[in-house]
Structures are given as C-alpha cells and as structure tokens.
Design a binder for this molecule. Structure first.
Ligand code: CTP
Length: 410
C-alpha cells in the first residue's frame, strides 16, 4: 500500500549516510542502464525489523556484470570481482563490508531454447528459490519505484507475526543447511517456526537429509550459529529438534545453557564452552569428520588442560601457571565456564594481570647467565615466586634474581 511505501521511504531515509550513498549510486546506474534493480534478502528483512545491516544484495533484471562495473565506476572505491559463471559480482569495501550483485537472467543464458520469460516473473522465481518468506522480499530502487516492496510470499506478514516459514515443501530437502538457518533466524529474532515449516524440518530430518551435507558445509553453518549472540538458545533448539543427535550420531552432553547471552565471547570460546562437558572419548568419536579438524584439535587441547587442572590436588597459582602459561586465550576464557574451575581461574587471571616482572632476559645475561633455556627457567621461578607471594616488591624480585643467578653460576 502507499502508506507502507511511505514507511519504507522513511526507513531508507534514516539509514546511515554510507549505505544511502550506495543505494543512491545503485539507483543512478540502474536508471541510466534502463535495468530494474532491487535490494533483496537479508538487508530488506533487517531494514523492516528496524535493525539495518551493512551488506547489500542487489538483484538486477539485466546484465549483472554490466551493472556491477558501472556501479564500481560510479562509486570509485573498493574492489570489484566478477564471477563469470552466474553473472554475479561483488564489490568489497575497505571497511570490510561488501555489496553483491546478481542477475535474474543468468539461468536463461544456459538454456538457449528456453521460453522467453517476462522480467517480473524471473524476479518472482528468484525469490521463490530462497529459504524463508522473510528472506524473500525485494525492494525496488529505480527512481520511479523507489521504496516499493516486492513481497509475493507474505514476508512482511510473517515478520509482523514473528514466523519463519519456508516457501515450498522441498526447501529443506533441496538445501539441508536451511534447517540450521531456520533455527538461527528463529532464535535471533525470537520468532517461531510456522507449523508447516516445523513439520518440514521433522520430515527432512527423518529422511536423513543432513547426511547429504559435507563436513565443511555443516561446519560453516554451525560456525554461523556460534557467532550469534543467542547461540546458546540456538544450540538448545538444535538439540530439541534432534539435529545434533542426527548429525553427531549420538546424544552428547552439549553445554549450551550456562552461558550468559550478553557475555562478549568469540565463537572459538563459545565452541570450547559447548564441549566442556564432553569426555575425551566423546570428543574423539563424535567430532571426527563431523566438524572441521581445527575445531576438534582445539577441543582436545582444551580437554587436556582442563583434565590436567582438575587432576591437581590443590590449585595454587604457580601450579596453575605451569599448566596455563602459553595456553591460548580462548582456552583460558573457556575454562572459566567450568564450574569446578571457575573460582581458581578467576583468581589466576587476576593475579596474572597484576603480574609485572621488572626483570627480563637481558638483565639476566648481564649477570652472566648465558643465552639458553636457563634464562627461561629463572624467569619462571621469579614469576612463580610473585604468584605465590613469596616476593612482593621489585627490590625483593631483584634480591631473588641475584640469589638464583648466584646459585646457577656455582
Ligand atoms: N539463501 C537461501 N538459502 C540458503 C542461504 C541463503 O535461500 N541456504 C538466501 C536468502 O534469501 C538470504 C540470502 O540468500 O536472505 C542471503 O544469504 P545470507 O547472506 O546467508 O543470509 P542473510 O539473509 O543475509 O542473513 P545474515 O543476517 O545471517 O547474514
């Protein structure tokens, strides 16, 4: 409706200048080439959710490469890559954002005998091949249609009622990663799956579609989940749907619940926390060939250090330091989320943060200790003396250093 269009124009008007400039440039190029051009997919969804994102996807009813090249010249910045197969292109900007261009026409190049199709029905087909109604809306940017929402499948309605709805019944069979995407979008926006979509997931899982996925594809999708703020809820939802058991081949003690949502954790940290309740054998058997080797390797490293710490009868700071110095930050952070280690880890991190040795290898060499492992050992002893509060001042540190070097020289 017209009112709707005005709302969208307001939303567009309120976008950050940077993005408005990109859209306006797209409009000039679209008009001058005489192509109908639309913004499509996630950007439209997030704009309507009042949560605008950076990455633009343009769909062009015309030659995608020609549009991308002209837009690139118009913008005069970033880096243009043309992908020859599908008439798609990408412009990457120095700030890490990018803009994608696709054409509704490419598939018809491949079949010279195919019936000519009117432009609008190509856009409709393009949208129909997408995952969910909320991702299948397009926004016209040509000056005569600027801000017009193209919504054949009820995307706006579903945004309003908070539903993730597939576009057709083969959606999950054709592309099983959409099962994980459904969970990701649902939990991200606190939406639910429509009844049919839920049934579609169940049917697809029962048919074993996940096993059509390669390890890389599953890993990729799983990592997207770990990058999300609400990843714990997403993980929980994957368990409830039976995705985890189906993919990993057994019921595992995933730790998706203990983690506060607003904690700023990296996806690596979240990964390690997720497997912190696994035993060694579960990591070895369940993770092999199911996720990237890197993820398994990290999990094993984490397990090894966790087990070593838990095996100590008392965890004083210098013993902890023996296990933890040189260990990656990801692992140290994740260890804090093991209830059995939480207290000790917090104490340790605090102590290490305050630790500032005045002495370095250079000073030791001046005192006649020759280059080699000996220097490292002395520095460690001084470090541990600080941690165990055997020394408290730089003067005491120096005293200890002299004592240790004296002993070594004898
Ligand atoms: N898409 C799809 N099926 C997939 C992946 C993507 O139909 N398996 C479509 C959706 O229309 C989606 C668009 O391609 O909107 C772009 O995909 P992507 O960049 O992965 O997702 P976004 O919707 O932009 O989501 P995010 O906010 O997670 O980036």
């Amino acid at each position: 409706s017209l009112a709707m269009r005005q709302d969208i124009l307001d939303l567009l008007e309120n976008l950050p200048e940077e993005i408005k400039k990109l859209i306006k440039a797209g409009q000039r190029v679209a008009d001058s080439l005489g192509y109908s051009v639309f913004i499509i997919g996630g950007f439209v969804r997030d704009l309507l959710l009042l949560n605008p994102t950076q990455d633009l996807d343009f769909v062009v009813e015309g030659n995608g490469h020609a549009f991308a090249q002209a837009l690139y010249q118009e913008l005069n910045r970033g880096q243009l890559t043309l992908h020859d197969s599908f008439g798609t292109a990408r412009i990457e900007f120095p700030n890490g954002t990018h803009l994608d261009v696709a054409s509704t026409r490419w598939e018809y190049y491949e079949f010279p005998g195919a019936l000519p199709q009117v432009e609008e029905s190509r856009l409709r087909d393009d949208l129909f091949r997408r995952d969910f109604t909320i991702n299948a809306m397009a926004l016209a940017i040509n000056s005569d249609r600027y801000g017009e929402l193209v919504d054949y499948y009820g995307g706006l309605r579903d945004l309003k009622q908070g539903e993730i709805r597939f576009l057709h019944h083969l959606s999950f069979i054709e592309d099983p990663t959409r099962i994980l995407r459904a969970v990701r979008f649902a939990e991200r926006y606190r939406f639910r799956l429509s009844k049919e979509t839920q049934e579609g997931v169940a049917t697809a899982l029962k048919a074993g579609v996940l096993h059509k996925l390669s390890t890389e594809r599953f890993t990729q999708e799983f990592l997207l989940i770990l990058r999300e703020k609400q990843y714990a809820r997403m993980g929980q939802s994957l368990i409830e749907l039976g995705v985890m058991e189906e993919w990993f081949g057994e019921r595992l003690p995933w730790n998706f619940t203990r983690i506060p949502e607003n904690e700023n954790l990296t996806s690596e940290e979240k990964w390690l926390i997720s497997v912190s309740l696994f035993n060694q054998q579960q990591i070895n058997s369940a993770l092999s060939l199911k996720l990237s080797r890197e993820m398994k390797r990290e999990a094993l490293k984490f397990k090894e250090i966790q087990a070593a710490l838990l095996a100590e009868s008392s965890l004083n700071l210098s013993i902890m330091d023996q296990h933890l110095s040189g260990v990656s930050r990801n692992i140290r952070i994740a260890l804090r989320y093991d209830p059995a280690l939480e207290q000790s880890m917090n104490n340790y991190e605090q102590a290490v943060e305050q630790l500032k040795l005045e002495i370095n290898g250079f000073a030791l060499r001046k005192l006649g200790i020759s280059e080699g492992p000996e220097i490292g050992r002395i520095l460690k002893e001084i470090r541990w003396a600080w941690l165990e509060q055997k020394i408290h001042t730089p003067a005491e540190e120096k005293q200890l250093m002299l004592q240790l070097t004296e002993q070594r020289r004898k």
